[in-house]
Design a protein around this ligand. Structure first.
Ligand code: 26W
Length: 820
């Protein structure tokens, strides 16, 4: 640890000065938004010294660098996090109090940087935090979307998407670095030119181009002065064009290039786990990859006398899912066409540089691009992929002579399509899944042929989360309590948190722990009242499911169960029932109709249940609008029960599950993703596990599914709940409203398999699991013990551990240390 002293008086002067020079105001006159900018700039001043010092250290030590290539970085807010990692948070809080303002309110002025959809984007953000904290040199490479993940409004129970204007007031932490601008070319055709030595050169002609401008954001390590860079690329037209000076052809081209530049970075695609196949998306991918690869090569040459041959010794590219996979072809292009290397050497460098992480087995998420589109947009890159494919197919045939099935299944280009996962696997030195179960499914099912051909590339890296945002910042009461009991080493070494285990049976500790949980529930209840207008009782069980809305995640199972509970309470008012608040938060992809209808269903159930005075508030349902990183921190802190109920085998890992566990919530879940490893750490008695196993699910799937009609016909409670979907119980004005959901479960019309996600099959087991939750909660001491043991067993799930494994087994980076 290398903590820097905080100079409170200087910080106050800096804030006052910024308010004055930026806005010509004093503290009394300034708005909260203006004060936020003043505080952010004062914070940036403190960051800059460490950022510079880190650059100096990199120049001196020449460490190996990881480039984390990702279409998504779900950063959330920066101010609080930067202050936490500078170890200035408490100091600044005090300084601002002395200036008459509240740091929490100032933090609330900052829009979330929501440059991501969900798990994959947030994982990238946690990884950057850990890389800096552990002292490894990294660049996050991404896109500076002008609009991030849409803001969600709920109107009449329906989701409405509203543009996210996160840059409206500027971004105080970013540094625009025009000196590193790069040109990216699209379209046209490839000409072959032969030089005097008879060597062929491939030249792209008749293309459109855009200028890529890097905007750098600091990634502050915890208490160690290391500051890495998240480099997000903005686009500008090549010619800031003057109408008069162009002839007709050039005028046309200038207009097109201007439009291209504007469009390319306009907006994040809001699909999670669904490939839409839009041309603009491929443009986005190539745009940021080409710029990042060009810059990485330039930087290496600057630091190594212009010699590129050992590039892979000092640089590695981690591809965050297949979205950035065009990087392997772009690196080949730069090495072949711009550096003049021969194929074999370029290929040797590329395959020693690139590594791929798979984040999902959902087949609709697999990226495939039509040849026509790909070759038209990226003609030279496509030629290179053809050659990679030609050689790869030869390799398959050498290994499996005469086995044409293998070629059909494994080729990179097949059936008129470019398969990005195949390209990533063939061209990299590592392929990893994100939880043990997920990696096993990749090896034994989804990517079986590739695993058999090159087993040495496959490895697992179980996901993790940063305890600095999701405990230290998000739950200060619990963070302080932990530190009071075991010291503060857990902040940078989460394995230390196991030392809390000795307090699991300690009555005083139990009371304190549950009291903190209660206070966090009060905080959330206040938020819910302010933002949803619903009053919830902090003494009820807070049962929470927050994550993207997807059928495989089974929010539908959860709400059907709530409908069932409501029927039970109505039928048996005398039945003992511990009051429960079911809390949902989820965005649905804008074009995903069934997901959006599920949101409407949740809100419709909420309307009926919350307004039924006859159940005496035993049951409440809340849908939190616009679930995002900043409100997530509060939600995790306040949860008693964590819903992790995906159909087994479908959730690659999950990371929300870990954030709940860290904050002492009990998991109700299936044996899926990282849940399996969490249960291994906390012990089965400290979670509530139910439902089909992944083997059982896969088995059913391979044998054509199961018949939900049998359940519908034999289980009267389930039948009643399903009938309430189509008899107007929750939609008196439009009884047909939820017909599609009903049909999806019973398949009365369509030819798809019914209940693809085994909701009815798992329903009874799920209802019983909830009974176990209720019984456990009634045992106050028993529950407190479980909660403490959850927090205390969380050590493995720090992203610091994950990153150390990536470093040891894939990246082989050098550590740096920075003193100021
Ligand atoms: C091409 C469209 C598309 C968009 C996003 C396809 C796939 C995605 C992501 C891979 C979806 C995603 O976020 N996956 C999640 O990754 C997390 C981090 O590894 C895991 O914890 C989640 O289980 C997984 O769903």
């Amino acid at each position: 640890m290398n903590k820097r002293p905080f100079d409170k008086e200087m910080f106050k002067r800096s804030v006052l000065y910024n308010v004055k020079t930026l806005y010509r105001r004093n503290m009394e006159e300034a708005t909260q938004q203006q004060i936020f900018h003043a505080v952010a700039l004062a914070t940036k001043d403190a960051v800059i010294d460490a950022w510079l010092a880190t650059q100096e250290e990199i120049k001196k030590k020449d460490p190996k660098i990881v480039y984390y290539m990702s279409m998504e970085f779900l950063m959330g807010r920066a101010l609080g996090n930067n202050l936490i990692n500078l170890t200035f948070y408490d100091g600044v809080k005090e300084a601002l109090e002395e200036l008459g303002c509240d740091l929490n309110l100032i933090e609330d002025q900052e829009p979330d940087a929501a440059l991501g959809n969900g798990g994959l984007g947030r994982l990238a953000a946690c990884f950057l935090d850990s890389l800096s904290t552990l002292g490894y040199v990294a660049y996050g490479c991404g896109i500076r979307y002008h609009y991030g993940m849409f803001k969600q409004k709920i109107e009449d129970g329906y989701q409405i998407e509203v543009p996210d204007e996160w840059l409206q007031n500027g971004n105080p932490f970013e540094l625009r670095r025009t000196e590193y601008a790069k040109i990216v070319k699209f379209g046209g055709y490839v000409d072959v030119e032969v030089d005097e030595k008879g060597r062929q050169h491939f030249v792209q002609k008749g293309y459109q181009s855009v200028r890529a401008i890097p905007c750098d954001l600091p990634i502050v390590g915890y208490g160690n002065n290391v500051v890495n860079t998240l480099r997000i690329w903005d686009a500008e037209p090549m010619n800031s064009f003057h109408l008069a000076s162009f002839d007709k052809g050039e005028y046309q081209k200038a207009v097109e290039e201007e439009n291209l530049a504007k469009l390319i970075v306009e907006v994040l695609y809001p699909n999670d786990n669904h490939m839409a196949g839009k041309e603009l998306r491929l443009k986005q991918q190539y745009f940021f990859i080409s710029a990042s690869v060009q810059r990485a090569v330039d930087k290496y040459k600057e630091d190594h006398n212009g010699d590129i041959h050992k590039f892979y010794e000092k640089a590695t590219f981690q591809l965050n899912d297949t979205h950035p996979t065009v990087a392997v072809a772009e690196l080949m292009r730069v090495l072949l066409d711009e550096e003049g290397l021969e194929w074999d050497e370029a290929w040797d460098i590329t395959t020693k540089t690139c590594a791929y992480t798979n984040h999902t087995i959902m087949s609709e998420a697999l990226e495939k691009w039509p040849i026509e589109l790909f070759s038209r947009l990226l003609p030279r890159v496509y030629q290179i992929i053809e050659e990679i494919n030609r050689r790869f197919v030869l390799e398959i045939q050498r290994k499996y002579p005469g086995d044409y099935e293998k070629v059909r299944k494994m080729a990179i280009i097949y059936d008129g399509q470019v398969k990005m996962a195949h390209l990533a696997i063939a061209s990299g030195y590592s392929v990893n899944g994100v939880a043990r179960l997920h990696t096993e499914i990749l090896k034994n099912q989804e990517l079986k042929d590739f695993y058999q051909m090159m087993p040495e590339k496959f490895n697992n890296k179980t996901n993790g989360i940063t305890q600095r945002r999701f405990l230290l910042h998000g739950n200060p009461l619990l963070a302080n309590w932990v530190t009071d009991h075991i010291g503060d080493d857990w902040i940078t070494d989460l394995s230390q948190i196991s030392r809390l285990k000795i307090y699991a049976d300690d009555e005083k500790a139990q009371q304190e722990f549950m009291n903190i949980k209660y206070q966090n529930k009060v905080r959330l209840a206040k938020y819910i009242l302010e933002h949803n207008g619903v009053e919830v009782d902090p003494r009820s069980i807070f049962d929470v499911q927050v994550k993207r809305l997807h059928e495989y995640k089974r929010q539908l199972l959860n709400i059907l169960h709530v409908m069932y509970l409501y029927n039970q309470i109505k039928d048996h008012p005398e039945m003992p029932f511990y009051p429960r608040t079911f809390i949902f938060g989820a965005k649905a992809a804008a074009g995903y109709h069934r997901a959006k209808l599920t949101i409407k269903l949740i809100n419709s159930v909420a309307d009926v249940v919350n307004n039924d005075a006859s159940i005496n508030g035993k049951l409440k349902v809340v849908f939190i609008e616009d679930y995002r990183v900043s409100n997530a921190e509060w939600i995790f802190a306040a949860a008693d029960v964590s819903e992790q109920i995906s159909t087994a085998s479908k959730e690659a890992s999950g990371t929300g599950n870990m954030k709940f566990m860290l904050n002492g919530a009990i998991t109700i879940g299936t044996m899926d993703g990282a849940n399996v490893e969490m249960v291994e750490e906390m012990g089965e008695e400290n979670a509530v596990i139910f439902g089909l196993s992944s083997d059982e699910v896969i088995n059913y799937e391979q044998n054509g599914g199961y018949n939900p009609m049998e359940i519908f016909n034999s289980d009267q409670d389930i039948r009643r709940v399903l009938m309430q979907l189509i008899n107007g119980y929750y939609a008196p004005n439009d009884p047909e409203r939820f017909r599609d959901i009903y049909d999806s479960l019973l398949n009365t019309k369509s030819s798809d398999r019914a209940d693809t996600y085994f909701i009815l099959k798992d329903f009874r087991a799920y209802a019983q699991a909830h009974q176990r939750i209720e019984a456990a909660y009634r045992d106050e001491k028993g529950w407190a013990k479980k909660a403490i043991l959850n927090t205390a067993s969380c050590g493995k799930f720090s992203s610091d551990r994950t990153i150390q494994e990536y470093v040891d087994e894939i990246w082989h980076l050098d550590k740096i240390s920075v003193t100021l």
